[in-house]
Every structure is written in C-alpha cells, then in structure tokens.
Design a protein around this ligand. Structure first.
Ligand code: CA
Length: 226
C-alpha cells in the first residue's frame, strides 16, 4: 500500500519510512511543499502523511485544500508539532482526516493508519496487484506469470511491487532509491541496474510480451505496450 510522506525533518522521515516499510507499506518521501503537492496530486496513494510546517513556506493545510478543491479524496493524516486544540481543530476542519501531534508513538501512528485505510476501503482490495498476466499476491508475497510461480528475493519483490503500483508511469532511479532501498542520496553504484536485470530475467525472459521497460536516461516503466 503506497503511502506518501510529506515531511522535511530528515530524522522523522527516516524513522517513519523505515517503520512503514517494516509494516508492509510502500513509503515515498517528499521534503517540501512544492514536491509534496506535485506527488500528492499526480500519484496514486492510499494515504498521505502530512507535516504542516514545510521549508518552502508551505503549510501542509494548503496542500490539503488544493487536493480537496480538485476532488482528490486521498486520506490525509496530519503529523504536526502544532499541538494546540485550535490547531488540531483547524487541521481537521480544513480537510485532514486525522491529526497526530509530535512527538508520537509509532504504534499509535500505525493504528491510526489502519483506521483510515479501513474507512476508505483500500485495505481489502489491495491484496493483489496485476499487470497483464503477472500477478503479485501481497499477503503471501507470491508472484506468478501466466500461471507459473516466480521466486523473488524480498528486495526484488519490493521493487516489482513499487513498479506495478506505478504501472504505466515512468519510475525514476531516485524514486526507486528512496522507496525500495531507503537511500536519500545516490550511492553512485549500479545496485538498481543489477536488481532490475535480475527481476527482468525472472519476469520477462521466459514470457512475452516484455513488461519491464527501460526509459533511457530517466528510469523504468512496467506495462503492456513497450
Ligand atoms: Ca516541518
């Protein structure tokens, strides 16, 4: 389940993203309001965790207002150090679905995420992801293509899951590093190329058509059409 984290404090981001991934979510990170609004508006998220005070002078509430104005109803959990009653009420009134104040306990955050996902109905129907004849069972972590089992390492599974969740879109190397490897810098290695090539061998070599495409100079895309 893809979660977008809009938050500028690196320590909080690391803690959040690590914990979310360990709990089986896919976490993507935006560090300021501009990137946050862009990703929130263009991505297909099950949930957004939103800090309020962002470095480019954006209050997370303005991002929520923008989203709601365009009919985007993605659940938003506000995570903020602004803890007064007035601020919490304001956050909820302006379109937030829940409000948790910092510092927070991760167990409580997880429980609140579960409530929001349950309410929006995303939990149940996200048990399986498909692209063409490739199927990922998110509960058992099993993958098959054309009815044949494909055995993936955990990292390969996460990589494939991320690509399939963004099927039809170009996924950049930065997105992969942040979401699948948890790197917030470019390690300047060929770690991605190696994993992509392994994954491609497993899901495409013995099948047709090829689903995993390289978009030269940009990243990768999974989908039907070549
Ligand atoms: Ca902040």
């Amino acid at each position: 389940m893809p979660i977008l984290v809009i938050e500028d404090e690196a320590d909080v981001v690391r803690y959040l993203c690590k914990g979310l991934r360990e709990s089986g979510y896919t976490a993507t990170w935006a560090a300021d309001g501009t990137e946050g609004l862009h990703l929130a508006a263009t991505g297909n998220w099950d949930l957004i965790i939103m800090d309020r005070m962002l470095p480019d002078g954006v209050d997370g509430l303005s991002i929520i207002r923008n989203l709601r104005k365009t009919g985007n109803r993605t659940p938003v959990l506000i995570l903020s150090a602004l803890a007064t009653l007035d601020e919490r009420v304001r956050g909820l009134r302006e379109g937030g679905d829940d409000y948790l104040t910092k510092p927070f306990a991760f167990a409580e955050l997880l429980a609140r995420i579960e409530v929001l996902l349950r309410r929006s109905g995303t939990r149940e129907d996200a048990a399986e992801l498909c692209v063409a004849d490739l199927r990922l069972d998110l509960r058992t972590r099993r993958v098959e293509r054309a009815g044949q089992d494909i055995s993936l390492q955990p990292r390969e599974f996460r990589l494939l899951e991320f690509l399939v969740r963004h099927q039809g879109q170009v996924v950049t190397r930065t997105m992969l590093l942040e979401s699948v490897w948890d790197y917030h810098f470019d390690p300047q290695t060929n770690v991605i190329d190696v994993q992509i090539s392994r994954l491609r061998n497993k899901i495409d070599r013995d099948f047709s058509p090829a689903l995993l495409h390289t978009v030269r100079g940009v990243g990768y895309r999974i989908g039907f059409d070549g």
